[in-house]
Design a protein around this ligand. Structure first.
Ligand SMILES: Cc1ncc(COP(=O)(O)O)c(C=O)c1O
Ligand SMILES: [Zn+2]
Length: 408
């Protein structure tokens, strides 16, 4: 196991998104001690101190490493040595000329995370989990997953020499199961939905004292995911785009993207944040439905109102990675998206399949259905006039098409 990990002195701890209670960096309970599993925590930093450091020199100098640890001043910790289990990131930001012409969006960019080690954005969170395990000396990690988080854990844990137990729902595609088994994970197939697999994994993780790689539960993991926003901003020299489209299931990625852009403003590197849009599949769209129902009030609702408004659904969609009936990070996702001036929308499976085709033919990027939901959302938002022809828009492509070729 690897051990050379140092804590960021500007990381001050956690804040509960429900009650606001704070916890120091030594807190090992994952969620709020008072609120329980609804009390998801947010990692917080001393932004003023980072900003005053930054006034003297850039926090992310050009000479720093290219992987996601380049952003260590805004992350909880940093591994010292480059190693395959945590050296992840630095993915392309394509300027897809033919797709731009087709959509009449001359400033469109695609942030393409399909080339990460396990072929999805989840490797950003797993890299953080591996660093945290090394810091804590933990050697057994568990997760529930619709497939990609599990595959990511299996791949990077194989590199690190960490044991893994992974709970997957019955619907997990074969290619994703193969990835788990080939990389040596212990796989528990739950005869039920992702939501049931999630609950079982949390119970077992607590019972055995394992490390939890459940992003909607362990607050450090979204810190890894937020590096996708930091990379986009860095590539654009900290001039925020106008809008970012993010495939959304549990809501971890979308909230981490918004958090990343917001923190760049907090440390004085950027002047504004993009409108962040979470895109759900129509058959698994509790956030998008509640957002539409809330109308003008959506951005003003209290945490309790949000929790009451986002009603669970029995999810059905071709896009297995976002086939989620109870978005575990709904509160965090809702409040962060609201702050950016974005929102949630839903797209049909047909619109997702059309988006896969568009990106394959006109951009040379093959996304799995969930990975293409952001593009489907952009097409819909453009049609609805939410996005103008001159807007600088970034679409996140979160998972590779080879993970679920049967779907398309
Ligand atoms: C490829 C892909 N895109 C998007 C998502 C949605 O992320 P979240 O559950 O954080 O909303 C997932 C989650 O599994 C995924 O695997
Ligand atoms: Zn709380």
């Amino acid at each position: 196991m690897l051990t050379s990990v140092t804590l960021n002195p500007h990381w001050t701890g956690y804040r509960c998104v429900l009650c606001g209670e704070t916890f120091d960096t030594g807190w090992r309970g994952f969620v709020c001690g008072g609120c329980g599993p609804e009390g998801i925590l947010d990692a917080v930093y001393d932004y003023d101190l980072i900003a005053s450091d930054h006034a003297r020199r850039s926090p992310f100098p050009a000479s720093s490493r290219a992987d996601l640890w380049r952003f260590a001043p805004l992350l909880p910790m940093k591994p010292e040595d480059p190693h395959g289990c945590w050296s992840v990131g630095d993915t392309p930001l394509h300027a897809p000329q033919r797709l731009r012409e087709h959509l009449e969006l001359p400033h469109l960019l695609l942030k393409d995370d399909t080339g990460l080690p396990s072929a999805s954005l989840k490797d950003r969170a797993t890299a953080m989990a591996m660093a945290d395990c090394a810091r804590l000396g933990v050697e057994h990690v568990a997760a529930a997953s619709t497939g990609n988080a599990a595959a990511s854990l299996a791949v990077l844990a194989a590199r690190a020499g960490v044991r893994t137990t992974i709970y997957v729902p019955a619907s997990t595609p074969k290619a994703k199961l193969a990835q788990l088994e080939l990389h040596g994970a212990e796989v528990v197939r739950v005869d039920g939905t992702y939501d049931e697999a999630f609950d079982l994994s949390v119970r077992e993780t607590v019972a055995h004292g394992w490390y939890s790689r459940n992003c909607a539960y362990n607050p450090l993991l979204v810190e890894g995911k937020k590096t996708v926003a930091l990379e986009i901003a860095h590539a654009l020299e900290y001039r925020a785009p106008d809008a970012v489209f993010v495939p959304t299931g549990d809501g971890c990625i979308v909230s981490s993207v918004a958090k990343g852009f917001e923190e760049l403003v907090a440390v004085g590197l950027a002047d504004s944040v993009p409108a962040v849009f979470g895109v759900q599949a129509e058959g698994a769209a509790p956030l998008a439905r509640a957002w539409a129902a809330a109308g003008e009030r959506a951005a003003e609702m209290s945490p309790a109102e949000v929790l009451a408004a986002v009603a669970p659904v029995v999810p059905h969609t071709l896009a297995d990675s976002i086939c989620v009936g109870v978005p575990r990070n709904r509160l965090k996702a809702w409040s962060r998206v609201a702050t950016t001036g974005g929102g949630f929308l839903s797209v049909t499976d047909e619109e997702i399949v059309a988006a896969i085709g568009l990106m394959c033919r006109l951009a040379g990027v093959w996304a799995e259905p969930s990975g293409a939901a952001g593009m489907a959302g952009l097409v819909k938002a453009r049609g609805a006039g939410l996005i103008g022809p001159h807007d600088r828009v970034v679409v996140l492509v979160t998972g590779h098409g080879l993970k679920d070729p049967r779907a398309t």
